[in-house]
Design a protein around this ligand. Structure first.
Ligand SMILES: CC(C)(COP(=O)(O)OP(=O)(O)OC[C@H]1O[C@@H](n2cnc3c(N)ncnc32)[C@H](O)[C@@H]1OP(=O)(O)O)[C@@H](O)C(=O)NCCC(=O)NCCS
Length: 90
């Protein structure tokens, strides 16, 4: 699926290890969602890599807590990804 002009990929989110579990990641994701909604973006998407699950096995559920849903891997192929997540803002 070709990327639409009103869709945006969210990638490379990482909180330095010493600062994790302080709700910084949550705050950042909420800020990004709010900002992109204001900019008229209709869909945010990204992927979860297998290596990201080593420290945080419930990572897919973490994205679901922001209402991201699991998408189709053929929509945007990323090597090493185990889940494709998207959030529709309309
Ligand atoms: C994913 C990531 C960004 C989360 O950022 P964070 O600031 O540590 O997360 P938060 O403090 O906002 O987490 C909120 C809640 O999510 C859950 N959670 C977060 N990290 C967790 C972990 N490692 N194990 C279990 N639960 C976790 C907890 O319920 C947590 O609340 P609590 O600490 O009060 O129990 C961070 O773990 C990270 O940088 N990971 C490595 C890179 C990565 O995987 N990025 C995402 C790629 S898709």
């Amino acid at each position: 699926m070709a990327r639409q002009p009103n869709e945006m990929e969210f990638s490379d989110l990482e909180i330095e290890k010493a600062y994790r579990r302080k709700k910084l990641g949550t705050a950042l994701v909420k800020l990004v969602i709010s900002h992109l909604r204001d900019k008229g973006i209709r869909r945010i998407y990204g992927s979860v890599a297998k290596k990201d699950l080593e420290d945080f096995p419930q990572l897919v559920r973490w994205w679901e807590s922001f209402d991201f849903r699991r998408g189709n891997k053929y929509d945007y192929a990323v090597s090493g990804a185990i889940a494709y997540m998207y959030l529709d803002l309309d």
